[in-house]
Design a protein around this ligand. Sequence first.
Ligand code: SF4
Length: 486
Amino acid sequence: MKIALVYPIFKKNGQYPLLSQNRQFRYSNSKEIRIFPLIMGTAATMLKKQGHEVLFLDAINERLTKEEYEQKLKNFNPELILLETKAPILKITWKHIDYLKEILNSKIALCGDHVSFNPKESFENSKVDFILVGGDYDVGILKLSNSLENKEQLSEGIWFKKEGKIIENGFLPEMKDLDNIPFIDRELTKWKNYGEAYLRKPSMYILSGRGCGGGHYGSGKCTFCIWQHALWKCRARLRSPKNFVDELKYLSEHYKIREVFDDNEAGGVWDKKWVEEVYKEMKEQNLLDKIYISSNARADSLDSKTCKLMKKIGYRLLKIGLESGNNKTLKILNKGETIEEIKEGVKTAKREGMVVLLTTMVGFPWETEEDVKRTYEATKELMLYKTKIGDSLQSSIIMPYPYTPLYKLAEKKGWLIYDAKDYEKLDQTRPILKTKIDTQKWCKKIWAIHTHPLFILKTLFSIRNKNDLELIFRGVKSVIGHLKDY
Ligand code: SF4
């Protein structure tokens, strides 16, 4: 079959949507953020391996015009199109699906977090043919294409319409052994289009697994964490250390990649045994010192022994959710760690030589001005602790997506400012929950820690070479872009 995997171009006021591989959607002025859609990448790879003809068309990150995007799609003339969507652009996606149905003779499938929670409404509001419900939609689209080709019954997790009736068809079964997934075909998926300011170039994205593990609960259960709830059912799977390191070796040797970013929810580092095995594999495959790994991580995974080993492996930057400086908030969010534990984990990682990207949120309905000040202070304290080039932060407005536990709590407590169906309001440009603080002001203030004189001074003193200078240059451009967003 001819199958197109597509991210259409939906710009707003000249800003690009951060859609692919973004848990939190927004439009941004930053030209530096182009995160590679990993599951879509494996979908393209698996389809091609199966013998299908594949077009990987990420018009957002290729920075295509609407006309270029449509022309490419028309020229390819796909029999099947898969689009990923999220709540804030759901209504635009519905319109786009109907438009594509007019100009092409393709079947259209939809995937993503929101439609995994509520597949029905997309059938009711658009001419979509199939919805892949769940996170393993790479396996889902493969099964769908094979079923269509062989005219077989559609398997579990693929919802469809029959004689005008929506056929509810469960959740995509989890692939048990992630080692069975092929390494992503980086040419087919145009790897050069992707990257972020804080990564050493050339860089690529990788997944050590699917779903967040670790913490007090054994797996991530944060009430706002959309993918963990919608796609992974609050479970975690990891690739074997050997399979993970084999891919690193392939990327290092074949593409001379200097850094990978592991965009698994909390990386693989929550599993200490996994870290030990990765180290052994890296050593055995003579890969130590050849490639940097940056990764998402939970702070409570970061004890001194694990950090020492991670440093030896080549871990460089860790993206860690601080969320709030208040234990009350962390408890309501079900974060499974306290601010003291978060500070300890972050400081340990920094002491052991890694740099940290902190993510913070503001605008919780129960937080006061005093509370948000504590978040600001905690963030500042950690940013100024053993500051090195590459330390950075992100600050955003809490955006509970529909059907997440936090959203349900907001409905129950009457915190929602907008109608529950005003999905487009969830684009980070405004709070959607009642709040006692000025969210724009505080986001900007927290972002501005990057410009704190002590932070700048410490960062400058840590510059060691030309690569560091390049990193600083890209980082500054990115921060300016972000500050414009607020
Ligand atoms: S720790 Fe991070 S990835 Fe894990 S559930 Fe919480 S927010 Fe999600």
